[in-house]
Design a protein around this ligand. Sequence first.
Ligand code: 5GP
Length: 181
Amino acid sequence: MSTIESPRVSVLLSADAIAARVAALGAQLSEDYRGRDVVLVCILKGSLVFFADLLRAVTIPTRCDYLAVESYEGTSSSGEVRFTADLRGAIEGRDVLLVEDIVDTGLTMAYLLEALSARKPSSIEVVTLLDKPSRRRTPVSLRYVGFEIPDAFVVGYGLDYEQYFRNLPFVGVLEEVPSLG
Ligand code: 5GP
């Protein structure tokens, strides 16, 4: 039986593989955004671990901000996106880079891109650790992608199931829904 204490999780991306890819993304961003007024936006809560690592792999001056959205219940998208915390700073005239954990149906990112574009940033782009292109329901342009993954529910490295497993150092596939009781 799969439980919170001993879940049935198989490793999809090891901590080492993630670290190498995050270092490469940080180097690429630093090159692409050199000399620009960039704000890295952490999309809470899922991207908090990726954000912390990516931020330290960026070598140019950068500002940080945070927002929170909710769209998932359990292991499936509710299809409805809710802003639960907004940015603290203005983004007009700035180069915004949204840092996301995973793009699945694309509904969350499409909503965010539309909502934030209305605030007139100089540019707005997305960096996502994971991309599940087979599940897309709306097209979204993802400038930087860490890994394309198959259609499976993944946890770890910031991604949760019912708020658990964000602390796993790797990304794994939840093979069986764990009992919470
Ligand atoms: P979308 O709106 O693209 O369907 O979903 C985006 C959000 O759903 C992500 O930010 C993430 O919070 C959640 N999500 C999508 N797929 C997964 C998954 O495989 N595992 C986990 N833990 N969350 C997911």
